[in-house]
Design a protein around this ligand. Structure first.
Ligand code: 6PG
Length: 245
């Protein structure tokens, strides 16, 4: 059973995520000289990225030893309003001093399949040819139980060899670019950030319901050797908390 931590609000959850990021970064840098993290998209992590961008963080986080990747990306150019890169650039990158070479953007302006191969090459250049062992992978969860861009009933759920793929999102009728389940599960630490009452029923089904990963793909995420921690606000944990009443 993964660890579940519940916070009184999105703000408190984000503050906890920032603290965990700093702790993981400092220990990774001490142990291996660098900290590799795959960022998630969507709206939930934005306050976390803003917290990391706070001026006082500059004295704590040695950004020159931090390497930022994206766990998934939309198939749009980097200046598109849907781009996860653009969201991170606006909430974090524009506020910190990080070497450009440490920011590993998905070149999502390319043909989707080409962009996926291109990014996998970039990952192999950093991680070598074993699975990419990220120090930290941030994940979110949709109300349909998707995570990264692993959507229900999408072909990408069955990928066993690749690290990073183009995956057709049936409901969105659009291409997405995403880490595969095996690449995510190689991580040392996975943090799943979920807030809001709209996610409460799905959280309950995923953690307490039947194992149906085709229908709720986040159930495919279970790190081999690493740790998985869910950071929830009380609204998202409401169904879980009613269990313990
Ligand atoms: C994306 C994300 C996606 C996201 C969930 C939750 O590219 O949108 O990677 O997996 O984490 O859809 O999104 P919210 O945080 O906006 O609810």
């Amino acid at each position: 059973m993964p660890e579940v931590r519940v916070y009184s609000s999105h703000t408190r959850m984000s503050e906890a995520a920032v603290e965990m990021f700093v702790g993981l970064a400092l220990s990774a840098i001490e142990a291996r000289g660098l900290f590799t993290v795959a960022l998630s998209g969507g709206s939930t992590p934005e306050p976390v990225y803003a917290g990391l961008a706070a001026p006082e963080m500059a004295d704590i986080l040695p950004w020159e030893h931090v390497h930022l990747f994206w766990g998934d990306e939309r198939h749009v150019p980097p200046d598109d309003s849907d781009s996860n890169y653009r969201m991170v650039r606006e909430s974090l990158l524009s506020m910190i001093e990080i070497p450009e070479a440490n920011v590993h953007r998905v070149r999502a302006e390319m043909d989707a399949r080409m962009a996926a191969f291109d990014y996998e090459e970039r990952l192999r250049a950093v991680f070598g040819d074993e699975w990419p062992v990220f120090d930290l992978v941030f994940l979110g969860m949709g109300t349909d139980g998707h995570t990264a861009s692993l959507f229900p009933h999408s072909a990408g759920l069955n990928e066993e060899q690749r690290w990073f793929i183009a995956n057709r999102a049936p409901e969105l009728d659009a291409w997405r670019l995403t880490l595969t389940k095996n690449a995510i599960n190689a991580a040392r630490q996975i943090l799943v950030l979920v807030v809001g009452e709209s996610k409460a029923e799905r959280i309950y089904q995923v953690l307490e319901g039947l194992h149906q990963p085709e229908d709720q793909p986040i159930q495919l995420i279970n790190p081999e050797d690493g740790r998985m921690t869910w950071l929830l606000d009380e609204a998202a944990a409401a169904e879980l908390l009613s269990l313990s009443d």
